[in-house]
Design a protein around this ligand. Sequence first.
Ligand code: COA
Length: 380
Amino acid sequence: MTRAVITGTGLYTPPHAIDNATLVDAFNTWVDDENRRHAEAIARGEREPLLHSSSEFIVKASGIHSRYVLDASGILDPERMRPRLPQRTDDEPSIQCEMGRAAALEALDRAQVAPADVDMLIVACSNLERPYPAVAVELQAALGTRGFAFDMNVACSSATFAIEMAANAVRSGSVKRALVVNPEICSAHLNFRDRDSHFIFGDACTALLVEDEAVAVAPSRFAILGTRLVTRYSNAIRNNAGFLNRVTDSDPLAADKLFVQEGRRVFKEVCPMVADLISAHLASLDLDGDALSRLWLHQANRHMNDLIARRVLGRDPSPAQAPIILDRYANTSSAGSIIAFHLHHDDLPDAALGVVCSFGAGYSAGSVILRKQSAHKVNE
Ligand code: COA
């Protein structure tokens, strides 16, 4: 049986960081301006005044301290409150292609693989900057990978769903090497005027190479012991942006064309779904929570991660066991669990087991169970 191994990961981090205090300051300036503009209606009781946001709330409710974004100035301008990303010509590389190229080259470098030796490339993320030609096909040309490429979207679970596609293609023998790339421009789908969610997201791109173990040369790799995916329909996280906006005569700039969620409900419904998924996946491999040295969980809310880890392990995880990166990166959608994996795997000993798990809109959730192994151990 051909075994699929992860041999390299890469991360692109955008140039601008915005801490909570700076974000809240811009939001509160907009709130004050807005309340001044509508002072008479508020005084007549026809309109509720908007409320300030606070850094204390953000840290307490989510664990987020800061986020990286492609453009901070547009987000922090109270007259605009959305990133300013100038339109590019058709002959220029798209933004997601550029982010993807940087992350992919790092993953390939770590795996010691040339782009021309990659047969399959998947761009998997929550928001694609156009329907076609696929960003993945553009990235294929920019990198010089061979074979084929395609885009897919399973919201925050896009990376784990793509890892399953990549691992299956390798196991079946249809490809030797598959690259999964997750360019997330979450700042463009976030409503920075919504107090409940303006702090949630950041931008980043991750990449990960899946190879047939027989051709892998990287000194250290992670064998994919199994993947398990689940979806269950819910409107609790929704975005109505789409190509029909033009013809349904709805307002393409309305708030429902951005990320909208019922955060409390998501928290309550998704945590048990994810804990059950990981536990059942472990059981199917004759393993239990005790076997896991590390949980690289989706990075949306640190309390969600604590709860899920506690249910899977049967006890509180140590900080090293369930690494948190959302404090610095916020929620980077599908990239989050891969950033956690990228930054927190080198220290693991041979044969250590871990799980990459993402969850989000759909609902959707994906579990990927990995075992670390050194090249010399594989070849013995
Ligand atoms: N600043 C200050 N107070 C705020 C605030 C802000 N920015 N946003 C909301 N509040 C207030 C609310 O008005 C509410 O006040 P009230 O108790 O007087 O009514 C209170 O804080 C609690 O609000 P709530 O929305 O219930 O907070 P929460 O504890 O559920 O935390 C989230 C909000 C979004 C951080 C949390 O629900 C969450 O992370 N959910 C899961 C999200 C998720 O994983 N989504 C998946 C996306 S992939």
